[in-house]
Design a protein around this ligand. Sequence first.
Ligand SMILES: [Fe+2]
Length: 194
Amino acid sequence: MTKHCNLFPTPLWRVNLGDIDYNKELENFILNKSKTTETVYKTNSNGGWQSNNLLEEHVFSKLKQRISTYLQTLNLNILKVNYINLWCNINYKNSYNIIHNHGDHEFAIIYYVKCPEKSGELVLRDPRTGFIGKWGTDYAKNIHNLYNQDMIIELDIKDGDLIIFPGFLDHYVKPSASNNKRISIALDCYCEYF
Ligand SMILES: [Fe+2]
């Protein structure tokens, strides 16, 4: 009897925090910061602004708390979440973020303060290099279709969305076609477990 298994799935969690008042507070803080601080250059391209590490700013305490609480609901036996970095991004029209990953950090976390329509999809790339090289192409459709997915997956993001995935997963942000600003907060963390 033939057995067929799909091996090595990659987890991603998403939830909408839906706190409009707090989002406004975050937006104001980030916009003010961008007016008084030069951008750093990490993944931002074509005019986008990125902050340095703002982990200790008081305005983010509630966000960190909410993310920790959410992570602890995921049945992953997480006792405590330790944040390493927190930085903010503003993408203007035509801004994008080049492909990158969050290295050996356990979780990459992105919170979307504002994500207007067409302001740049978040794109995740299959982390299996072999899949990218051969299996993710059309050269063998029947094999490719076993996975029912492409080598990249685009996520449609809404204001207030929280996205969490393993730090090793490559991702990028497509150029914004919107006249409105796209504002996000990225964090890295590691966890202590029961
Ligand atoms: Fe990232």
